[in-house]
Design a protein around this ligand. Structure first.
Ligand SMILES: [Zn+2]
Length: 364
């Protein structure tokens, strides 16, 4: 379905109407109306054209805001249907961007979601079967340097690591809480955002050093890496003298595995989900999805592929699922509609990178 921008269409209609006004003006001239009258009419026509252009411009901006606010997630990889278990805890409201989106309201009672919006947002499914859409995210991905912008200090293997701007505060908070719980300051970042070229180098190195079979198990084919999204990090441990230590099996890994949902992160590749995710067990790879979704997946032992499928099968605009935890309550549903009703209050829209959108509405 084509994107719907009602205001833009109204503007275009007004603009198209202007030639009729011109013809009218010519008739009057033939009737001998004075030059002054003609000038007045021209002014009126110009004013109408200007008004039409203003309308078009305003609707264009509105469309842009709507697009940037959306990002849904649905997974094409069907996972085993999960049981709907009620969440009795809650997760952190992640409302900053949702508030911006609500503020961006054009006054319309429906959202205007585009096909491109399917490929944006915190819930996009990127796996061996669903490539990251670089073009769709070109204007909206907002990367920041981790070292330059972190609010608490922790080591990064490289000084140029980047992450999506809205995710960094949650990562900072999670690492600070982990270090406090574990009693060291060793939690570090060993990988973050990767461009296409960067992932190609990672792939080539893995093949050269460990062979293709290893690369296929642990390294995403360029274009299919979650690291392209700016929403994923690889965690590590770095001793105070700079020595890299094992993250797998550490107290840090255990704590983050149990608590990452509180900061909106999921452990993306678990051992018992490898056949569904297409990626072998990785204790270190965490992906930001937002608190309610991270909570639900953690509480129900679902990987992202399974969760996306579960939402598609079990929710709709008329029958959202309520996720509740000690951090809040949200209504969540999947839709393929380009124009679902604009929710009241704080909400977030994310594409699933496959065939629709996930709408998340903060309840309290
Ligand atoms: Zn990773």
């Amino acid at each position: 379905m084509p994107p719907v921008f009602p205001a833009a269409r109204a503007g275009m209609a007004a603009f198209r109407g202007s030639p009729l006004v011109c013809m009218d003006m010519k008739k009057k001239r033939r009737k001998g109306n004075g030059l002054l009258k003609g000038m007045v009419i021209i002014c009126v026509v110009l004013a109408l054209i200007l008004a039409a252009l203003l309308l078009v411009g305003r609707s264009g901006r509105a469309g842009g805001q709507t697009a940037s606010s959306s990002g849904a997630d649905l997974s094409s990889e069907a996972a085993a249907p999960a049981e709907a278990s009620e969440a009795a805890d809650s997760e952190n409201p992640e409302s900053g961007r949702a508030e911006e989106e609500a503020t961006a309201s054009t006054g319309s009672t429906a959202l205007s979601l585009t096909d491109e919006d399917i490929h944006k947002g915190d819930l996009i499914l990127v796996n061996p079967w669903n490539a990251y859409d670089f073009d769709a995210n070109l204007d909206t991905i907002d990367l920041v340097n981790i070292k330059d912008n972190q609010s608490v200090s922790y080591p990064c293997d490289k000084s140029d690591f980047e992450l999506a701007k809205h995710v960094l505060p949650h990562l900072d908070e999670m690492i600070a809480a982990c270090n406090a719980a574990v009693g060291t300051n060793e939690t570090s970042i060993s990988s973050a955002y990767r461009s296409m070229d960067y992932q190609q180098n990672v792939w080539n190195e893995a093949v050269a050093n460990y062979g293709e079979a290893y690369a296929e198990s642990y390294v995403a084919v360029p274009g299919y890496s979650e690291h392209h999204t700016g929403l994923a990090v690889d965690l590590g441990r770095t001793a105070s003298d700079g020595t890299a230590e094992s993250f797998t099996g550490s107290a840090n890994a255990d704590w983050i595995n149990a608590n990452s949902w509180r900061y909106g992160f999921i452990r993306r590749y678990a051992e018992d989900k490898a056949s569904i995710t297409g990626t072998s067990n990785e204790s270190w790879h965490y992906r930001y999805v937002g608190v309610p979704h991270a909570y639900f997946m953690y509480a129900n032992n679902l990987c992202l592929e399974e969760y996306i499928e579960w939402l598609r099968e079990n929710t709709s605009e008329s029958a959202p699922y309520t996720i509740t935890c000690d951090l809040g309550t949200w209504d969540v549903y999947f839709t393929q509609s380009h124009n679902p009703a604009r929710p009241d209050g704080e909400y977030d829209v994310s594409g699933n990178n496959v065939d629709g959108y996930v709408i998340t509405v903060k309840k309290n």
